[in-house]
Design a protein around this ligand. Structure first.
Ligand SMILES: [Zn+2]
Length: 54
């Protein structure tokens, strides 16, 4: 284990919209799930269009 990097689990995150790798910021905070805020919005709009309440 390398404790010098950051406290988050070392897992790669793919953007929920375009599936690109999402770079995670170091340190504490929420895990980013989209490469850009625009892609987060696009994904939620898409899910709503299909009838999901996201
Ligand atoms: Zn994306």
């Amino acid at each position: 284990m390398d404790y010098t990097k950051n406290a988050k689990p070392q897992m790669s995150v793919a953007c929920g919209h375009c599936h690109a790798d999402v770079p995670q910021t170091e340190g504490r905070g929420r895990v980013k799930r989209y490469c850009t805020p625009e892609h987060g919005r696009s994904f939620r709009r898409h899910m709503r269009a299909m009838g999901f309440d996201v």
